[in-house]
Design a protein around this ligand. Structure first.
Ligand code: ARG
Length: 467
């Protein structure tokens, strides 16, 4: 092989990150080869001993791969053989790099999924904490970036929390779907050795072996699905970031991010820039790109393994790292942000934000909604002309729009009332946001339990393999 070919085809830079999982996969494989009597016991014991040694080196960052070998799988097998002799060459019995690489990557991704879901819950907790303190903090709710109806800051923060809650659920759903062991599918058609696929699957903490060998070595939809989970999380993070950026502007002044999480300008001394939020928003490109990259890499591929599949790792690895670091820093940034309640409340009093409430009031007096809509439109026009809010108009003035309006209108027009009275399930009233907070916490607790159990179970499997 020409050096340039090796250089071009090598995946070592990327798959070195799979070293730990690769050795565990091999430990499970050799355990099975021994139990099924496929290899002599003494060979299996020598292989196991050698692998355990390599595993410790990897964990202690002492394992240096050889760049004259094209990937981490080849490297580890080569190291083993150079240490224990020809027995090392028997490890690959009944296995191919095709099922091996799929197994390694699944193990790697399982851990990353659990970490991502855990980090999502960390951020959700920060959002719920803000909500807990702000059930009565008024702010304008926007549609089309126009003042629409008054909401509470709690409602707004919980809206983000539930988006992230779905993201975390999505990761865990992906976990369930992909948690099947490829080992034993071999190159593509299965193997003539009497392997016990159930045994290796159990040893590595998978739910069960994959069903079809050809599907197994060509399947990368688990990678695409995780790339989507990460991209959607990044997109949700970008929305929250965008709001932090706008809210930090002089024009809005709703929020002030803590000095620890903002940056200055090299020339303008007064500047306090929300760079963290902007970078999180900007890094959405990495994650959306990884998703597109996965879809394009796998599009039109014939069954089964094709070398194109080697390109499946880098983008999604980068995407997950990016999303995990964004979640970490966003949790810190948002939980230290100060909200200017006065400014938010003052803003809520602008833009005739209680117009819907006046229309609903007229409906309660027997006027059809469409007609009420027109009446309130006229009142709003007057309000804009005179600069006087609807709630500040005298009863007489209000009655020029409709004689159904009575003094009780002042019980519904104040913006606090507009917010408090929206007490439908999922609405913005303090009672409704209390319910939402318990739902968000319950969802989080269920996930935490699942994450804890799965992580423990995986660690137990690793421990058993090393005994
Ligand atoms: N480095 C390869 C990858 O990541 C390993 C599998 C190679 N298999 C093969 N048939 N060439 O995909």
């Amino acid at each position: 092989m020409d050096d340039s070919t090796l250089d071009f085809t090598s995946s070592l830079d990327v798959d070195s990150q799979l070293a730990f999982y690769d050795v565990l996969g091999s430990l499970a494989h050799v355990k099975m080869l021994k139990k099924c009597g496929i290899l002599p016991e003494e060979d299996c014991d020598a292989i196991t001993g050698g692998l355990k040694e390599i595993l410790s080196e990897i964990e202690e960052n002492r394992y240096a791969p050889d760049y004259s070998l094209e990937d981490i799988h080849t490297n580890i097998e080569f190291t083993l053989t150079s240490r224990i002799g020809p027995a090392g060459g028997r490890l690959h019995t009944g296995r191919s790099r095709n099922d091996q690489v799929a197994t390694d990557f699944k193990m790697y991704l399982r851990d990353r999924i659990l970490l991502a879901a855990d980090k999502l819950d960390g951020l959700i907790k920060c959002l719920v904490d803000i909500a807990a303190d702000n059930g009565n903090t008024l702010m304008p709710g926007f549609t089309h970036m126009q003042h629409a109806q008054p909401v509470s800051l709690a409602q707004h923060m919980l809206a983000h929390a539930f988006r992230f809650s779905r993201d975390a659920d999505r990761f865990l759903d992906a976990f369930e779907r992909m948690n099947k062991c490829p080992l034993g599918a071999a190159a593509l058609a299965g193997t003539t050795y009497p392997v016990d696929r159930r045994m290796t699957s159990d040893a590595l903490g998978f739910r069960e072996p994959t069903e079809n060998s050809m599907d197994t070595v060509s399947d990368r939809d688990f990678v695409t699905e995780i790339a989507y989970c990460a991209a959607q999380t990044a997109i949700h993070l970008s929305s929250l970031s965008e709001e932090l950026v706008i809210w930090s502007s002089q024009e809005f002044g709703f929020a002030e991010m803590d000095d620890r999480y903002t940056t200055g300008s090299s020339i303008m001394p007064q500047k306090k820039n929300p760079d963290i939020a902007e970078l999180i928003r900007g890094r959405t490109g990495i994650s959306a790109g990884a998703l597109v990259s996965m879809m394009m890499t796998t599009k039109g591929l014939p069954l089964t393994y094709n070398r194109d599949l080697q390109e499946d790792k880098k983008p999604v690895m980068e995407s997950l790292s990016s999303v995990i670091s964004c979640l970490n820093i966003m949790a810190r940034a948002i939980s230290t942000t100060k909200f200017d309640k006065k400014r938010m409340e003052d803003a809520t009093r602008k833009g005739q934000i209680n117009a819907t409430d006046l229309a609903d009031y007229l409906v309660s007096k027997g006027i059809p909604f469409r007609e009420a809509h027109g009446i309130v439109g006229a009142a709003v026009r007057r309000s804009i002309e005179t600069g006087k809010n609807l709630e500040d108009m005298e009863l007489e003035e209000l009655r020029t729009f409709s004689d159904r309006i009575g003094p009780d209108v002042y019980g519904i027009l104040p913006v606090e009332k507009c917010m408090e009275r929206r007490n439908s399930y999922g609405g913005t009233s303090p009672g409704s946001t209390d319910v939402q907070m318990s739902l968000a916490i319950e969802q989080m607790m269920q996930r935490d339990e699942k994450i804890r159990q799965e992580s423990l179970f995986i660690k137990e499997c690793w421990k058993k393999l090393r005994e």
